[in-house]
Design a protein around this ligand. Sequence first.
Ligand code: HEC
Ligand code: HEC
Ligand code: HEC
Ligand code: HEC
Ligand code: HEC
Ligand code: HEC
Length: 297
Amino acid sequence: MEIRARRIETGRWIVVGLVALLGSLGCARALSGFFDLPSGDDKKPVAVPRAAATEVEVAAPPPIESVLDRKQSRELLPDDSMGGVDWVAALREGLIRPRPGLPGDKPPPDLTGFRYDMVFESDDPEYAASFPHSSHVEWVDCLSCHPKIFPSGHTPITMDAIDEGELCGRCHSQVAFSSETCHRCHFNTEPETDDTKHDFMGDIVLARGQPGGDVTDPEDLPLSRFPHWIHRIRYQCRACHPGLFDMRAGAAVITMAEMSAGKSCGRCHNGRDAFRAQVDNCDRCHYQGSPGGSSSP
Ligand code: HEC
Ligand code: HEC
Ligand code: HEC
Ligand code: HEC
Ligand code: HEC
Ligand code: HEC
């Protein structure tokens, strides 16, 4: 990982301004005036065979997308030293190729090359922490972090806040790797190891259901679940966040009527991009057992 200590002392306006600029220009080039983005000028021109320009090649999705079983999917993904999923390695190895946007939408800007990586200094040099913007924007939209979680450019970060699920802990230990995996952020510390292959994290029980409920009775709705893992294999965070859902369990009021109208979960669960929500399949989302895959316990 490329780590460079860089901090610029500016305020909220620059973050908000950049995010807006990026949105309006719709490309990473907008940022190259501010950051060390590759200009493209240093690349030698490459002769492209004529046929390649006209043939549209649609790459087949990676094999893992044909697996819906939770245990089998977990087996296919690499582990970090603490036995959690190493999603960064999965992406690098091409095991997953999550789509950047929602089906049918114009893809959001490609942020590859946004290398504004930071190191937070600590009183104890052992606990300096790395924050690579570059590997975050491969999944997460700027607007998920700015200004919601990190408004100012000077957010004081402590381990206590992270352990309480704030700041970095909004995602880490919820959906992204656990804050127990110290060395992935504190790059000067020795990796600790855990041989257990840990299950996926990030399963959400949506707000209104009741244990033991009956899916045919609107007054007695069973629990419904949203497993992040199955979705993040197929979609980047920024396909759903912050446009479709806030990153807060319980924030959205989700209804079947919306789904029938092709909104909310129905943006994909329409029978074309994912299994249909309107007519059948009720128990694939409304169920009592552990989430994610009908064959899991
Ligand atoms: C995963 C969360 C996350 C994402 C996504 C993210 N950032 Fe940041 N950003 C941070 C953190 C953390 C800092 C440093 C602490 C702070 O700003 O409070 C920071 C700092 C910055 C700063 C420096 C502010 C300063 O005054 O020092 C800029 C500019 C910035 N981000 C722009 C962006 C842009 C543009 C994007 C999208 C291409 C983006 N960020 C995506 C978390 C994020
Ligand atoms: C997701 C990234 C991340 C992980 C994982 C993580 N930390 Fe931190 N930690 C930070 C950041 C960011 C800071 C604030 C900047 C700094 O002091 O380096 C911090 C600060 C600290 C500090 C400085 C004092 C304090 O409490 O704020 C200590 C000590 C610390 N972490 C210990 C740990 C230990 C031990 C683990 C593993 C059990 C761990 N951290 C895991 C990101 C992380
Ligand atoms: C909005 C969600 C979000 C927030 C907030 C967030 N991260 Fe992450 N982070 C991710 C995701 C997603 C990944 C990809 C790996 C994964 O999911 O386990 C990641 C990966 C990382 C990596 C590994 C990068 C690599 O290339 O191996 C580090 C280090 C890291 N985060 C540190 C931090 C620190 C430090 C903070 C707080 C300053 C932070 N993150 C805040 C979502 C987030
Ligand atoms: C297919 C859509 C989708 C994708 C992709 C997705 N999420 Fe979510 N996420 C949701 C939904 C739905 C919720 C629950 C919202 C609610 O209850 O209002 C949620 C909630 C969250 C929460 C809040 C968890 C809590 O317990 O409060 C976090 C953090 C989060 N997502 C992070 C991520 C990260 C990081 C990624 C990418 C690695 C990601 N999400 C990818 C749909 C998605
Ligand atoms: C793609 C997942 C998914 C499928 C498939 C699905 N639902 Fe839902 N359903 C949800 C979610 C999410 C909620 C909101 C739950 C909450 O807020 O706790 C919900 C809410 C409901 C509600 C509450 C009232 C309303 O209309 O919003 C009823 C009743 C309901 N579902 C019945 C059904 C029936 C019957 C089926 C099968 C025909 C079905 N659902 C299929 C995800 C699904
Ligand atoms: C960005 C597209 C997208 C959105 C939005 C989305 N899903 Fe999915 N979901 C998928 C895909 C793709 C699958 C994999 C199964 C398939 O291809 O039909 C899936 C699978 C699932 C599964 C696993 C079912 C099983 O049998 O293992 C559940 C549960 C689920 N989704 C619930 C939800 C709920 C609840 C929401 C809304 C809160 C939602 N999804 C929003 C695309 C999406």
